[in-house]
Design a binder for this molecule. Structure first.
Ligand SMILES: Nc1nc2c(ncn2[C@@H]2O[C@H](COP(=O)(O)OP(=O)(O)OP(=O)(O)O)[C@@H](O)[C@H]2O)c(=O)[nH]1
Ligand SMILES: [Mg+2]
Length: 439
Protein backbone atom coordinates (compact mmCIF):
# COMPACT_ATOMS: atom_id res chain seq x y z
CA UNK A 1 0.00 0.00 0.00
CA UNK A 2 1.12 3.51 -0.65
CA UNK A 3 1.25 5.62 2.47
CA UNK A 4 0.98 9.33 1.98
CA UNK A 5 0.21 10.62 5.46
CA UNK A 6 1.84 9.94 8.81
CA UNK A 7 1.47 11.33 12.30
CA UNK A 8 4.56 11.20 14.44
CA UNK A 9 5.97 12.47 17.71
CA UNK A 10 9.26 14.35 17.87
CA UNK A 11 11.21 15.45 20.91
CA UNK A 12 14.49 17.30 21.16
CA UNK A 13 16.94 16.01 23.75
CA UNK A 14 16.84 17.60 27.19
CA UNK A 15 19.74 19.83 28.12
CA UNK A 16 22.15 18.35 30.66
CA UNK A 17 21.99 19.70 34.21
CA UNK A 18 24.62 22.09 35.44
CA UNK A 19 26.25 20.97 38.67
CA UNK A 20 27.37 22.42 41.96
CA UNK A 21 30.93 21.54 42.74
CA UNK A 22 33.95 23.15 44.42
CA UNK A 23 37.58 22.90 43.65
CA UNK A 24 39.49 20.74 46.08
CA UNK A 25 43.14 21.32 45.59
CA UNK A 26 45.96 20.24 47.74
CA UNK A 27 47.05 23.13 49.94
CA UNK A 28 44.07 25.25 48.83
CA UNK A 29 41.62 25.04 51.74
CA UNK A 30 38.49 26.51 50.13
CA UNK A 31 38.66 26.31 46.37
CA UNK A 32 36.18 28.32 44.30
CA UNK A 33 33.08 26.98 42.57
CA UNK A 34 33.92 24.62 39.75
CA UNK A 35 30.66 23.01 38.62
CA UNK A 36 30.47 22.90 34.83
CA UNK A 37 27.53 23.54 32.51
CA UNK A 38 25.37 20.78 31.11
CA UNK A 39 25.55 20.06 27.38
CA UNK A 40 22.90 20.93 24.80
CA UNK A 41 20.28 18.32 23.93
CA UNK A 42 20.20 17.11 20.33
CA UNK A 43 17.79 18.62 17.78
CA UNK A 44 15.48 16.48 15.69
CA UNK A 45 16.18 17.46 12.09
CA UNK A 46 14.31 16.34 8.98
CA UNK A 47 16.37 16.11 5.82
CA UNK A 48 15.16 15.52 2.25
CA UNK A 49 16.53 12.41 0.60
CA UNK A 50 15.65 11.96 -3.05
CA UNK A 51 16.10 8.22 -2.71
CA UNK A 52 12.84 8.01 -0.77
CA UNK A 53 9.45 8.13 -2.45
CA UNK A 54 7.02 7.21 0.28
CA UNK A 55 6.33 7.72 3.97
CA UNK A 56 6.09 3.99 4.52
CA UNK A 57 8.94 3.98 7.08
CA UNK A 58 6.87 6.15 9.39
CA UNK A 59 4.30 3.41 9.74
CA UNK A 60 6.75 1.41 11.78
CA UNK A 61 8.56 4.11 13.71
CA UNK A 62 6.44 6.95 15.07
CA UNK A 63 8.55 8.34 17.91
CA UNK A 64 11.73 10.27 17.29
CA UNK A 65 13.66 11.44 20.33
CA UNK A 66 17.07 13.05 20.20
CA UNK A 67 19.62 12.28 22.90
CA UNK A 68 20.01 14.45 26.03
CA UNK A 69 23.06 16.58 26.71
CA UNK A 70 25.60 15.35 29.23
CA UNK A 71 25.50 16.79 32.74
CA UNK A 72 28.14 19.27 33.79
CA UNK A 73 31.33 17.95 35.32
CA UNK A 74 33.68 18.83 38.11
CA UNK A 75 36.76 21.01 37.64
CA UNK A 76 34.80 23.41 35.48
CA UNK A 77 34.33 20.98 32.62
CA UNK A 78 31.17 21.20 30.57
CA UNK A 79 29.05 18.24 29.62
CA UNK A 80 29.12 17.33 25.96
CA UNK A 81 26.26 18.39 23.68
CA UNK A 82 24.26 15.56 22.13
CA UNK A 83 24.35 14.79 18.43
CA UNK A 84 21.37 15.87 16.36
CA UNK A 85 18.99 13.20 15.20
CA UNK A 86 18.63 13.22 11.42
CA UNK A 87 15.44 11.76 9.96
CA UNK A 88 15.23 11.21 6.21
CA UNK A 89 12.05 12.16 4.36
CA UNK A 90 11.10 12.06 0.67
CA UNK A 91 10.99 15.23 -1.43
CA UNK A 92 7.51 16.72 -1.59
CA UNK A 93 6.78 16.14 2.10
CA UNK A 94 4.81 18.88 3.80
CA UNK A 95 5.38 19.06 7.57
CA UNK A 96 2.43 20.26 9.62
CA UNK A 97 2.17 21.07 13.33
CA UNK A 98 -0.64 18.81 14.49
CA UNK A 99 -1.73 21.18 17.27
CA UNK A 100 -2.13 24.31 15.20
CA UNK A 101 -2.41 22.77 11.72
CA UNK A 102 0.20 25.28 10.58
CA UNK A 103 2.74 24.31 7.99
CA UNK A 104 6.19 24.05 9.53
CA UNK A 105 7.98 23.45 6.26
CA UNK A 106 7.50 22.35 2.70
CA UNK A 107 10.39 20.09 1.87
CA UNK A 108 11.22 20.07 -1.81
CA UNK A 109 14.97 20.25 -2.41
CA UNK A 110 17.48 17.46 -2.03
CA UNK A 111 19.36 17.94 1.25
CA UNK A 112 16.94 20.57 2.57
CA UNK A 113 16.81 20.52 6.37
CA UNK A 114 14.48 21.81 9.03
CA UNK A 115 14.62 21.53 12.82
CA UNK A 116 11.30 20.12 13.96
CA UNK A 117 12.15 19.94 17.67
CA UNK A 118 14.93 21.88 19.29
CA UNK A 119 17.12 20.36 21.95
CA UNK A 120 17.10 22.06 25.36
CA UNK A 121 19.95 24.29 26.46
CA UNK A 122 22.28 22.93 29.09
CA UNK A 123 21.91 24.25 32.63
CA UNK A 124 24.70 26.42 33.97
CA UNK A 125 27.02 25.11 36.65
CA UNK A 126 27.70 27.01 39.87
CA UNK A 127 30.95 28.40 38.46
CA UNK A 128 28.82 30.79 36.40
CA UNK A 129 26.99 32.25 39.35
CA UNK A 130 29.95 33.41 41.39
CA UNK A 131 29.89 37.15 42.13
CA UNK A 132 31.90 39.32 44.49
CA UNK A 133 29.11 39.28 47.05
CA UNK A 134 28.52 35.53 46.71
CA UNK A 135 31.80 33.88 45.74
CA UNK A 136 30.63 30.36 46.53
CA UNK A 137 27.08 30.08 45.19
CA UNK A 138 25.10 26.92 45.68
CA UNK A 139 23.21 27.40 42.43
CA UNK A 140 23.17 25.23 39.38
CA UNK A 141 20.48 25.19 36.74
CA UNK A 142 18.74 22.11 35.47
CA UNK A 143 18.94 21.63 31.74
CA UNK A 144 16.07 22.95 29.67
CA UNK A 145 13.64 20.35 28.37
CA UNK A 146 13.79 19.62 24.67
CA UNK A 147 10.85 20.79 22.56
CA UNK A 148 8.25 18.18 21.79
CA UNK A 149 5.29 18.11 19.45
CA UNK A 150 3.13 15.91 17.29
CA UNK A 151 3.55 16.55 13.63
CA UNK A 152 1.82 15.31 10.53
CA UNK A 153 3.75 14.49 7.38
CA UNK A 154 1.89 14.72 4.14
CA UNK A 155 3.22 13.52 0.85
CA UNK A 156 1.20 14.11 -2.24
CA UNK A 157 1.70 11.25 -4.65
CA UNK A 158 4.63 12.14 -6.85
CA UNK A 159 3.43 10.34 -9.91
CA UNK A 160 4.09 11.49 -13.45
CA UNK A 161 0.82 10.17 -14.80
CA UNK A 162 -2.43 9.96 -12.89
CA UNK A 163 -5.36 7.79 -13.94
CA UNK A 164 -8.67 9.48 -13.33
CA UNK A 165 -12.23 8.48 -14.16
CA UNK A 166 -15.47 7.18 -12.70
CA UNK A 167 -15.40 4.00 -10.60
CA UNK A 168 -15.13 0.69 -12.48
CA UNK A 169 -13.97 2.18 -15.77
CA UNK A 170 -10.79 0.08 -15.55
CA UNK A 171 -8.07 2.28 -14.03
CA UNK A 172 -6.61 -0.40 -11.77
CA UNK A 173 -6.74 -2.99 -14.52
CA UNK A 174 -4.75 -0.68 -16.77
CA UNK A 175 -2.07 -0.10 -14.13
CA UNK A 176 -1.81 -3.83 -13.52
CA UNK A 177 -1.13 -4.61 -17.18
CA UNK A 178 1.47 -1.88 -17.73
CA UNK A 179 3.44 -2.14 -14.47
CA UNK A 180 4.46 -4.59 -11.79
CA UNK A 181 1.87 -3.15 -9.44
CA UNK A 182 -0.86 -5.50 -8.28
CA UNK A 183 -3.81 -3.26 -7.43
CA UNK A 184 -7.11 -4.78 -6.41
CA UNK A 185 -9.52 -5.07 -9.31
CA UNK A 186 -13.22 -5.48 -8.83
CA UNK A 187 -16.58 -5.30 -10.53
CA UNK A 188 -17.90 -2.98 -7.82
CA UNK A 189 -17.40 0.75 -7.39
CA UNK A 190 -14.60 2.15 -5.25
CA UNK A 191 -12.55 -1.01 -5.32
CA UNK A 192 -9.56 1.30 -5.05
CA UNK A 193 -9.61 3.51 -1.98
CA UNK A 194 -5.95 4.53 -1.74
CA UNK A 195 -3.63 5.31 -4.64
CA UNK A 196 -1.41 2.60 -6.10
CA UNK A 197 1.83 3.48 -7.79
CA UNK A 198 3.53 1.57 -10.54
CA UNK A 199 6.65 2.13 -12.58
CA UNK A 200 5.85 1.83 -16.26
CA UNK A 201 8.60 0.70 -18.59
CA UNK A 202 7.57 2.07 -21.97
CA UNK A 203 9.99 -0.21 -23.80
CA UNK A 204 12.06 2.42 -25.59
CA UNK A 205 14.30 3.35 -22.66
CA UNK A 206 11.68 5.62 -21.22
CA UNK A 207 9.78 5.04 -18.00
CA UNK A 208 7.46 6.92 -15.72
CA UNK A 209 5.50 6.51 -12.53
CA UNK A 210 1.78 5.95 -12.95
CA UNK A 211 -0.75 6.41 -10.16
CA UNK A 212 -3.97 4.48 -10.11
CA UNK A 213 -6.32 6.75 -8.21
CA UNK A 214 -9.64 6.03 -6.58
CA UNK A 215 -12.67 6.65 -8.76
CA UNK A 216 -14.16 10.12 -8.84
CA UNK A 217 -17.86 10.85 -8.82
CA UNK A 218 -20.05 13.87 -9.20
CA UNK A 219 -19.65 16.21 -6.24
CA UNK A 220 -16.09 15.05 -5.54
CA UNK A 221 -14.87 18.65 -5.54
CA UNK A 222 -17.26 19.31 -2.67
CA UNK A 223 -15.95 16.30 -0.82
CA UNK A 224 -18.51 13.70 -1.90
CA UNK A 225 -17.17 10.12 -1.84
CA UNK A 226 -13.90 11.14 -0.18
CA UNK A 227 -13.47 13.41 -3.18
CA UNK A 228 -11.00 15.81 -1.59
CA UNK A 229 -8.70 13.02 -0.53
CA UNK A 230 -8.62 11.73 -4.09
CA UNK A 231 -8.30 15.05 -5.85
CA UNK A 232 -5.37 15.98 -3.64
CA UNK A 233 -3.44 13.19 -5.34
CA UNK A 234 -4.40 14.26 -8.83
CA UNK A 235 -2.89 17.66 -8.08
CA UNK A 236 0.61 16.29 -8.09
CA UNK A 237 0.53 14.38 -11.35
CA UNK A 238 2.05 15.97 -14.43
CA UNK A 239 -0.19 14.34 -17.00
CA UNK A 240 -3.75 13.11 -16.58
CA UNK A 241 -4.94 9.98 -18.35
CA UNK A 242 -8.70 10.18 -18.28
CA UNK A 243 -10.07 6.64 -18.52
CA UNK A 244 -13.49 6.28 -20.11
CA UNK A 245 -15.65 3.14 -20.17
CA UNK A 246 -16.39 3.24 -23.92
CA UNK A 247 -18.60 0.14 -23.63
CA UNK A 248 -21.06 2.23 -21.62
CA UNK A 249 -21.39 -0.57 -19.08
CA UNK A 250 -24.11 -0.07 -16.46
CA UNK A 251 -25.93 2.31 -18.79
CA UNK A 252 -23.25 5.00 -18.60
CA UNK A 253 -22.94 7.76 -21.12
CA UNK A 254 -19.20 8.03 -21.94
CA UNK A 255 -19.30 11.66 -23.03
CA UNK A 256 -21.41 12.72 -20.07
CA UNK A 257 -18.87 10.97 -17.80
CA UNK A 258 -16.04 12.89 -19.39
CA UNK A 259 -17.79 16.24 -18.94
CA UNK A 260 -18.67 15.54 -15.30
CA UNK A 261 -15.20 14.47 -14.23
CA UNK A 262 -13.61 17.48 -15.91
CA UNK A 263 -16.05 19.72 -14.13
CA UNK A 264 -15.01 18.24 -10.78
CA UNK A 265 -11.32 18.68 -11.61
CA UNK A 266 -11.83 22.31 -12.53
CA UNK A 267 -13.92 23.05 -9.46
CA UNK A 268 -11.29 21.58 -7.19
CA UNK A 269 -8.41 23.46 -8.77
CA UNK A 270 -8.54 25.60 -11.87
CA UNK A 271 -5.04 24.44 -12.79
CA UNK A 272 -6.18 20.84 -13.13
CA UNK A 273 -8.30 21.85 -16.10
CA UNK A 274 -5.19 23.03 -17.96
CA UNK A 275 -3.08 20.01 -17.18
CA UNK A 276 -2.32 17.87 -20.24
CA UNK A 277 -5.00 15.21 -20.56
CA UNK A 278 -5.03 12.08 -22.67
CA UNK A 279 -8.30 10.24 -23.14
CA UNK A 280 -8.02 6.47 -22.76
CA UNK A 281 -11.08 4.99 -24.48
CA UNK A 282 -11.13 1.70 -22.58
CA UNK A 283 -13.08 -1.57 -22.96
CA UNK A 284 -12.97 -1.38 -26.76
CA UNK A 285 -13.23 -5.19 -26.78
CA UNK A 286 -16.90 -4.95 -25.83
CA UNK A 287 -19.76 -4.90 -28.34
CA UNK A 288 -21.08 -1.44 -29.15
CA UNK A 289 -17.86 0.30 -28.09
CA UNK A 290 -16.97 1.35 -31.64
CA UNK A 291 -20.26 3.18 -32.12
CA UNK A 292 -19.93 4.85 -28.74
CA UNK A 293 -16.42 6.01 -29.65
CA UNK A 294 -17.61 7.64 -32.88
CA UNK A 295 -20.38 9.41 -31.03
CA UNK A 296 -17.93 10.50 -28.34
CA UNK A 297 -15.56 12.02 -30.92
CA UNK A 298 -18.37 14.03 -32.47
CA UNK A 299 -19.58 15.34 -29.12
CA UNK A 300 -16.05 16.21 -28.06
CA UNK A 301 -15.39 18.14 -31.27
CA UNK A 302 -18.37 20.32 -30.49
CA UNK A 303 -17.04 21.47 -27.13
CA UNK A 304 -13.26 21.18 -27.37
CA UNK A 305 -12.78 24.45 -29.27
CA UNK A 306 -9.08 25.11 -29.82
CA UNK A 307 -7.95 22.52 -27.38
CA UNK A 308 -6.71 19.26 -28.85
CA UNK A 309 -7.30 16.00 -27.00
CA UNK A 310 -5.60 12.75 -27.92
CA UNK A 311 -8.09 9.91 -27.82
CA UNK A 312 -6.47 6.49 -27.49
CA UNK A 313 -8.81 3.52 -28.11
CA UNK A 314 -7.68 0.52 -26.09
CA UNK A 315 -8.57 -2.55 -24.07
CA UNK A 316 -6.75 -3.67 -20.95
CA UNK A 317 -8.31 -7.08 -21.46
CA UNK A 318 -6.92 -7.76 -24.94
CA UNK A 319 -3.98 -5.29 -24.52
CA UNK A 320 -5.00 -3.73 -27.80
CA UNK A 321 -3.92 -0.09 -28.00
CA UNK A 322 -2.17 -0.18 -24.62
CA UNK A 323 1.34 0.22 -26.02
CA UNK A 324 0.24 3.22 -28.10
CA UNK A 325 -1.21 4.83 -25.00
CA UNK A 326 2.12 4.43 -23.20
CA UNK A 327 4.07 6.00 -26.07
CA UNK A 328 1.66 8.89 -26.11
CA UNK A 329 1.92 9.42 -22.35
CA UNK A 330 5.73 9.37 -22.52
CA UNK A 331 5.68 11.88 -25.40
CA UNK A 332 3.40 14.28 -23.57
CA UNK A 333 5.48 13.95 -20.39
CA UNK A 334 8.51 15.18 -22.29
CA UNK A 335 6.69 18.43 -22.97
CA UNK A 336 5.83 19.03 -19.29
CA UNK A 337 8.35 20.52 -16.84
CA UNK A 338 9.81 18.20 -14.21
CA UNK A 339 8.02 19.09 -11.01
CA UNK A 340 5.65 22.00 -11.44
CA UNK A 341 3.41 20.75 -8.66
CA UNK A 342 6.02 21.39 -5.98
CA UNK A 343 5.75 25.11 -6.60
CA UNK A 344 2.05 25.06 -5.90
CA UNK A 345 2.73 23.70 -2.47
CA UNK A 346 5.35 26.36 -1.83
CA UNK A 347 2.72 28.99 -2.42
CA UNK A 348 0.62 27.31 0.19
CA UNK A 349 3.53 27.25 2.60
CA UNK A 350 4.18 30.95 2.17
CA UNK A 351 0.67 31.82 3.15
CA UNK A 352 0.98 30.05 6.47
CA UNK A 353 4.45 30.48 7.74
CA UNK A 354 5.17 28.75 10.97
CA UNK A 355 7.45 30.41 13.44
CA UNK A 356 9.19 28.82 16.32
CA UNK A 357 8.16 30.27 19.61
CA UNK A 358 10.70 32.70 20.94
CA UNK A 359 11.94 31.17 24.10
CA UNK A 360 13.50 34.11 25.91
CA UNK A 361 10.58 36.48 26.13
CA UNK A 362 8.66 35.84 29.32
CA UNK A 363 5.07 36.95 29.51
CA UNK A 364 2.69 36.23 32.37
CA UNK A 365 -0.79 36.80 33.75
CA UNK A 366 -1.81 37.14 37.40
CA UNK A 367 -5.24 36.63 38.93
CA UNK A 368 -6.84 35.67 42.23
CA UNK A 369 -8.54 32.31 42.54
CA UNK A 370 -10.26 31.66 45.86
CA UNK A 371 -7.70 33.00 48.32
CA UNK A 372 -4.71 32.17 46.19
CA UNK A 373 -2.82 34.48 43.86
CA UNK A 374 -2.04 32.66 40.65
CA UNK A 375 0.80 33.46 38.28
CA UNK A 376 0.19 31.91 34.89
CA UNK A 377 3.11 31.81 32.49
CA UNK A 378 4.74 29.17 30.34
CA UNK A 379 8.02 31.05 30.47
CA UNK A 380 8.11 31.23 34.25
CA UNK A 381 7.15 27.59 34.59
CA UNK A 382 9.96 26.70 32.23
CA UNK A 383 12.33 28.79 34.30
CA UNK A 384 11.10 27.07 37.42
CA UNK A 385 11.80 23.66 35.93
CA UNK A 386 15.36 24.78 35.39
CA UNK A 387 15.65 25.92 38.97
CA UNK A 388 16.76 23.55 41.66
CA UNK A 389 14.11 24.44 44.24
CA UNK A 390 15.96 22.74 47.07
CA UNK A 391 18.85 25.17 46.88
CA UNK A 392 18.49 28.42 48.79
CA UNK A 393 20.70 30.38 46.41
CA UNK A 394 18.82 29.11 43.38
CA UNK A 395 15.42 29.99 44.83
CA UNK A 396 16.62 33.48 45.66
CA UNK A 397 17.84 33.92 42.13
CA UNK A 398 14.45 32.74 40.84
CA UNK A 399 12.71 35.25 43.11
CA UNK A 400 14.92 38.02 41.83
CA UNK A 401 14.09 37.23 38.23
CA UNK A 402 10.36 37.30 39.04
CA UNK A 403 10.81 40.70 40.61
CA UNK A 404 12.76 41.99 37.61
CA UNK A 405 10.13 41.00 35.08
CA UNK A 406 7.44 42.64 37.20
CA UNK A 407 5.63 39.69 38.77
CA UNK A 408 5.89 41.12 42.30
CA UNK A 409 4.51 44.46 41.25
CA UNK A 410 1.64 42.83 39.38
CA UNK A 411 0.73 40.69 42.39
CA UNK A 412 0.83 43.72 44.66
CA UNK A 413 -1.46 45.54 42.28
CA UNK A 414 -4.17 42.91 42.59
CA UNK A 415 -3.88 43.00 46.39
CA UNK A 416 -1.24 40.47 47.41
CA UNK A 417 0.36 41.16 50.79
CA UNK A 418 3.19 39.61 52.71
CA UNK A 419 2.29 36.13 53.83
CA UNK A 420 -0.38 35.55 51.15
CA UNK A 421 -0.19 32.31 49.20
CA UNK A 422 0.73 32.46 45.57
CA UNK A 423 0.78 29.61 43.08
CA UNK A 424 2.97 29.08 40.01
CA UNK A 425 2.30 25.86 38.11
CA UNK A 426 2.11 23.11 40.70
CA UNK A 427 4.05 24.99 43.36
CA UNK A 428 2.79 27.28 46.08
CA UNK A 429 4.89 30.02 47.61
CA UNK A 430 4.42 32.56 50.31
CA UNK A 431 4.40 36.05 48.89
CA UNK A 432 7.15 37.96 50.56
CA UNK A 433 8.09 41.38 49.50
CA UNK A 434 11.57 41.96 50.85
CA UNK A 435 12.00 45.26 49.10
CA UNK A 436 15.29 46.08 50.71
CA UNK A 437 16.58 42.58 50.33
CA UNK A 438 19.91 42.35 48.58
CA UNK A 439 20.68 39.11 46.76
N1 LIG B 1 -14.27 -5.92 -20.99
C1 LIG B 1 -13.38 -5.24 -20.33
N2 LIG B 1 -13.47 -5.15 -18.98
C2 LIG B 1 -12.54 -4.43 -18.33
C3 LIG B 1 -11.49 -3.76 -19.00
N3 LIG B 1 -10.74 -3.11 -18.07
C4 LIG B 1 -11.31 -3.38 -16.88
N4 LIG B 1 -12.38 -4.17 -17.00
C5 LIG B 1 -13.27 -4.65 -15.93
O1 LIG B 1 -13.91 -3.54 -15.27
C6 LIG B 1 -14.12 -3.80 -13.88
C7 LIG B 1 -13.52 -2.66 -13.05
O2 LIG B 1 -12.12 -2.62 -13.20
P1 LIG B 1 -11.14 -1.83 -12.24
O3 LIG B 1 -9.81 -1.84 -12.90
O4 LIG B 1 -11.24 -2.37 -10.88
O5 LIG B 1 -11.80 -0.39 -12.29
P2 LIG B 1 -11.37 0.95 -11.55
O6 LIG B 1 -11.53 2.06 -12.49
O7 LIG B 1 -10.03 0.76 -10.95
O8 LIG B 1 -12.49 1.06 -10.42
P3 LIG B 1 -12.44 1.78 -8.99
O9 LIG B 1 -11.17 1.36 -8.34
O10 LIG B 1 -13.63 1.27 -8.29
O11 LIG B 1 -12.52 3.24 -9.26
C8 LIG B 1 -13.42 -5.13 -13.61
O12 LIG B 1 -14.41 -6.13 -13.57
C9 LIG B 1 -12.51 -5.33 -14.81
O13 LIG B 1 -12.27 -6.68 -15.10
C10 LIG B 1 -11.43 -3.89 -20.44
O14 LIG B 1 -10.55 -3.32 -21.12
N5 LIG B 1 -12.39 -4.61 -21.03
MG1 LIG C 1 -9.45 0.85 -9.05
Amino acid sequence: MFVDKAKIFVKGGDGGNGIVSYRRELYVPNGGPAGGDGGRGGNVIFRVDEGLRTLVDFRYQKHFKAKPGERGKVKGMHGAGAEDMIVRIPPGTVIINDDTQEIIADMTRQGQEVIVAQGGRGGRGNMRFATSTNPAPDIAENGEEGEERWIVLELKVMADVGLVGFPSVGKSTLLSVVSGAKPKIGAYHFTTITPNLGVVDVGDDRNFVMADLPGLIEGASEGVGLGHEFLRHVERTRVIVHVIDMAATEGRDPFDDWVKINKELRQYNEKLADRPQIIAANKMDMPGAEEQLELFKEQLAEVAGDRHYDIMPMSSLTRQGVQELLYKAADVLETVPEQPMLEEVSELAERKVYKFEKRDEITFRVFKEDEIYVVESEGIERLMKRTNLTSYDAVMRFARILRNIGVDAALRKIGAKDGDICRIGHYQFEFFEGSDYIY
